[in-house]
Design a protein. Structure first.
Length: 122
């Protein structure tokens, strides 16, 4: 069992919830909760992770076991910084892709007569 999965299971059982109840609170099926408990949260979508943290009243770092010496406020700051960095990276990548698209348009455009020196105005 994955460490994060084990923590999910422990927190669920501490509250006396079934997998069905946790799934209802998160908006997922019992089978999905079972997958999270067995395989962890490595492939979990960000919104599902946020829902899970909200349900348990913890941070993602706490689920992963990374915040033993970090205050909850400090852990939340690190998570926000990570999300902002991820958003900035996505924005930057989008800008680069648009620029490459523009360059491709310039490279692939068909020259017209006015672009060629032999056809210039005399």
């Amino acid at each position: 069992m994955d460490v994060a999965g084990q923590r999910i299971r422990e927190r669920r059982l501490e509250r006396g919830w079934s997998q069905t109840e946790l799934g209802r609170r998160m908006g997922v099926s019992k089978q999905q909760v079972m997958r999270y408990e067995v395989h962890g949260i490595g492939n979990m979508r960000v919104r599902r992770l946020a829902a899970l943290c909200e349900v348990f009243g913890c941070t993602a770092d706490e689920l992963l076991g990374r915040s033993k010496n970090v205050s909850r406020k400090g852990a939340m700051r690190m998570e926000w910084a990570t999300l902002i960095w991820m958003g900035s990276t996505t924005l930057l990548l989008t800008m680069v892709l648009w620029r490459l698209h523009d360059l491709e348009q310039v490279v692939n455009r068909r020259p017209d007569e006015t672009d060629h020196p032999a056809y210039g105005s005399h």
